[in-house]
Design a protein around this ligand. Structure first.
Ligand SMILES: Nc1ncnc2c1ncn2[C@@H]1O[C@H](COP(=O)(O)OP(=O)(O)OP(=O)(O)O)[C@@H](O)[C@H]1O
Ligand SMILES: [Mg+2]
Length: 414
């Protein structure tokens, strides 16, 4: 035995031998514990993560997640892209049908749940949510880059079509969509005022030997209105056909480029302008704006029936009830149903179309319109109401595109 291996005294001898025992036993105990864990605990805890994670397993799990509106699973709908797997880190992209999707969070959470339950409980899931707005427009010579054309009509004048269209355009754009707006009210254009671009004049460019009008861009929206082309204080005294040809020019001679949604703010009534629109373009869907009072509902019903009639067949995306109740800014919980209650909702139910939501009558909405900064640009309850309607509209467009035939342009012999 070497000198340094011999204990110098009895006390040291005890501590020497006990240290040997401990140094041998503790690792032995740990060894048993770890074997026990490997054999009995780990398989139970992580039985789903023992196998290597595969793309097939991820797709299988995501194939059980339903798109609540379209009633099909995300894989069948081709909404899953770019799956990546690194150890227990799983990443993928979900391509929504619109950036204004109100179900974004719900879909994301359902994906994470499905992966954790069906692939690996300890997975770190990274979901990237993007949107590619759907379109079933057949590519034709007109507006080939425009995915969806949405007409906003009412029947009765002054019920808030231009207000709703402006706010809808900005809400969709804020959500990430590319949006354009045609002010089809040739005799009473409101869009230049509502977007604070009165006095602007669009530029004209030459493309392939053709003159093209460049829409005015304000708040990210491409805009065209007769108000940009005629002095604002001069009356446009045109016959119907001239007004119709102005609208046609807005469609054919403007550089609209790529858009997810092109909104058309219609004049009141059911006029030549309406017919020109549906004869020139396949309109994806129409929104009807009404106040809840009887006199507005009668006209709204006429507008709704016009879009639905056999020869026209433009799907009605739904009804917006504007000025649903009055509420004073200082007492927002007080609601006064000065134009009646739920008229728009009942109109939607009667016609079996969606109810897109209600907007209260609030002084600040009128003020925002007049000052050229639509209400949805603020951060208050009226902005929330418009944002919600925009989400519902985008949702209805996606549902319409998934389940219905493309709209055809109308041929009417008169
Ligand atoms: N919810 C609301 N609360 C307060 N004011 C509103 C509301 N909606 C619209 N208004 C105001 O009512 C007036 C009429 O609205 P708007 O011009 O949008 O109606 P319209 O249906 O487009 O009219 P027209 O038929 O003349 O084109 C505007 O002054 C607008 O600011
Ligand atoms: Mg208007």
């Amino acid at each position: 035995m070497q000198k340094d291996e011999i204990p110098a005294c009895a006390g040291m001898t005890i501590s020497y031998y006990s240290s040997i025992i401990y140094s041998q036993l503790i690792p032995l105990k740990l060894c048993y514990l770890s074997a026990y864990y490997e054999l009995y605990c780990k398989p139970k805890l992580f039985h789903k993560s023992r196998m290597a994670i595969t793309k097939e397993a991820v797709l299988k799990a995501l194939g059980t997640v339903q798109e609540p509106d379209l009633k099909k699973d995300l894989v069948t709908l081709n909404m899953i892209r770019d799956i990546t797997i690194e150890g227990n880190k799983i990443g993928f992209t979900v391509v929504l049908t619109t950036p204004a999707c109100p179900l974004k969070e719900l879909i994301k959470n359902s994906c994470i749940d499905a992966i954790k339950k069906q692939v690996a409980e300890n997975a770190e899931v990274q979901v990237n949510m993007i949107a590619d707005v759907t379109s079933i427009r057949m590519t034709g010579p007109l507006l080939p880059g425009v995915k969806n054309i949405i007409a906003v009509g009412s029947g009765k004048g002054g019920v808030g079509k231009s207000t709703v269209t402006s706010n809808l355009a900005i809400a969709l754009s804020k959500a990430g969509a590319k949006v354009g707006l045609i002010d089809a009210d040739i005799f009473g254009p409101s869009i230049p005022l509502m977007f604070d671009v009165e006095g602007e004049r669009p530029r004209v460019i030459q493309e392939n030997g053709k003159n093209l009008i460049l829409p005015i861009i304000q708040y990210g929206i491409k805009l065209i209105s007769i108000g940009f082309l005629a002095p604002p204080d001069t009356a446009v005294v045109w016959r119907g056909p001239m007004a119709s040809s102005a609208l046609k020019q807005f469609i054919t001679d403007c550089d609209w480029g790529e858009l997810d949604y092109l909104l058309i703010d219609l004049p009141p009534g059911t006029s030549d302008i309406h017919l020109t629109l549906v004869q020139t373009l396949p309109v994806t869907g129409a929104i009807i704006v009404t106040t809840p009072q009887k006199v507005a509902l009668i006209d709204a019903q006429k507008a709704l029936s016009m879009f639905s009639m056999g020869q026209i067949k433009v799907p009605v995306l739904g009804v917006v009830e504007n000025m649903a109740y009055f509420t004073p800014a200082e007492l927002p919980q007080n609601k006064y149903y000065i134009f009646g209650k739920s008229g728009g909702k009942e109109l939607a139910e009667k016609n079996n179309v969606s109810y897109l939501g209600e907007i209260p009558l609030v002084q600040s909405i009128r003020e925002s319109g007049d000052s050229g900064k639509p209400a949805v640009m603020k951060d208050d309850i009226t902005a929330e109401a418009f944002k919600k309607i925009a989400e519902t509209v985008a949702q209805q467009v996606a549902i319409r595109n998934a389940g219905m035939e493309p709209t055809k342009t109308v041929e009417i012999n008169r």
